[in-house]
Design a protein around this ligand. Structure first.
Ligand SMILES: O=C(O)CCC(=O)C(=O)O
Ligand SMILES: [Fe+2]
Length: 368
């Protein structure tokens, strides 16, 4: 078996064969693999063991509470762990269920139907593929590509919905309906997060134009050797915030301050949607909010997991659209922790970090 450190022709061929099969990770499982193929083998140091020693019911914000209470709860959760779940959020349960079921049904349709949609490239407004994990050691020639144990439908919004039609109509309809509902919810959450910072409801929007632009619908097939693969690698999200719907299987884990290197299971709660803070909001809030480190482990040798992550990215995302700590949050007692930066700069830095632990160090102001 090839070691992940020695990326060679054998690995390249395995990767090529995998994409050429157009069957996704689900196809490997259908073909009856009993060991994990090399492109999926996680570095041992990643310790992908699915066994977390602690479980966390994410701080809950009931959005039907009086606004001042909801604002206080959102603020407290964003400051303490960068993650919370919302209930009574106004997205009909049927809309969430239909979207999750549509993703499951898409991935579980017969190979011959599914493979017509498979895309080797990750570009395009609507794709279905196994998105490679960014290069292992950025800047080094022998970058062994690593594939996660998941197949993903990626929808990029903002190009007109007609560009998204490269998916079966039933699946697309359910996802678009979900997206419409989530856009309303996203605006509400942006307002709450803004208010909890002590700035006006519109401030965030003015600074970065909060816009839902990217939806990733993940299907994590069961795995014969779950501890050897990566569902989603350790990362923070780059955006302002992400809303995640998940089924009841579990696998999302977070690393919280004060818990050392311990991974904590985020317990799935029926009907709740998870919100996690991303890097842009961490910067804009001048470090008041945390962007939570998280990963997904594959829990099961039997059961597939489905989740839908909707990323609220900044709408002003060109090379000359700078954002930084909001002026209202910079005081003599709390000087700016970050210099101004652009979205492309942030994305490049995240890519450059490769598999290193998530960080915003490059943008930090030296406050000595
Ligand atoms: O599958 C999940 O629960 C989360 C996925 C995730 O973290 C991501 O897509 O950024
Ligand atoms: Fe994430």
């Amino acid at each position: 078996m090839a070691a992940v450190d020695d990326f060679d022709d054998v690995d390249a061929l395995a990767l090529f064969d995998f994409h050429e099969s157009r069957a996704g990770v689900r196809g490997l499982v259908e073909s009856g693999v009993t060991t994990v193929p090399p492109p999926f083998l996680a570095p041992a140091a990643w310790n992908s063991s699915p066994a977390a020693t602690e479980a966390l019911v994410a701080p809950t914000v009931d959005l039907s509470l009086p606004r001042s209470q909801a604002v206080a709860l959102v603020g407290a959760a964003a400051r303490s762990c960068g993650l919370f779940q919302v209930t009574n959020h106004g997205v009909p349960p049927g809309t969430v269920e239909s979207a999750l079921s549509a993703v499951r049904a898409f991935n579980e349709q017969p190979l011959a139907s599914r493979s017509a949609y498979y895309s080797v490239s990750t570009a395009g407004p609507a794709i279905y593929t196994t998105v490679p994990i960014p290069a292992r050691n950025a800047g080094q020639p022998a970058n062994a590509p690593l594939l996660p144990w998941r197949d993903t439908i990626v929808l990029r919004f903002g190009h007109g919905e007609s560009h998204l039609d490269h998916l079966p109509a039933a699946c697309l309809d359910a996802l678009l309906e979900y997206h419409r509902s989530l856009t309303v919810l996203g605006k509400m959450i942006a307002g709450l997060l803004s208010e909890a910072l002590g700035v006006g409801t519109e401030q965030l929007d003015r600074a970065v134009q909060v816009e839902a632009t990217l939806m990733q619908c993940h299907y994590y097939p069961p795995c014969p050797q779950p501890e050897r693969v990566v569902g989603s690698r350790v990362h923070t999200d780059g955006d302002l915030f992400t809303v995640v719907a998940q089924d009841g299987v579990g696998g999302l884990q977070v690393r919280l301050d004060g818990h050392g290197d311990t991974w904590v299971d985020v317990v799935p709660v029926t009907g709740a949607l998870i919100v996690n803070i991303g890097d842009v909001l961490k910067v804009v809030s001048n470090d008041d909010y945390k962007s939570v480190e998280h990963r997904v482990v594959v829990k099961s040798t039997q059961e597939a997991r489905v989740s839908i992550a909707l990323f609220f990215n900044p709408g002003k995302c060109g090379d000359s659209d700078f954002f930084g700590p909001l002026a209202e949050l910079v005081t003599q007692q709390r000087p700016a922790r970050y210099r101004s930066l652009t979205w492309p700069e942030l994305l490049r830095y995240r890519k450059q970090l490769g598999h290193a632990r998530p960080s915003l160090d490059k943008f930090k102001v030296n406050l000595n």
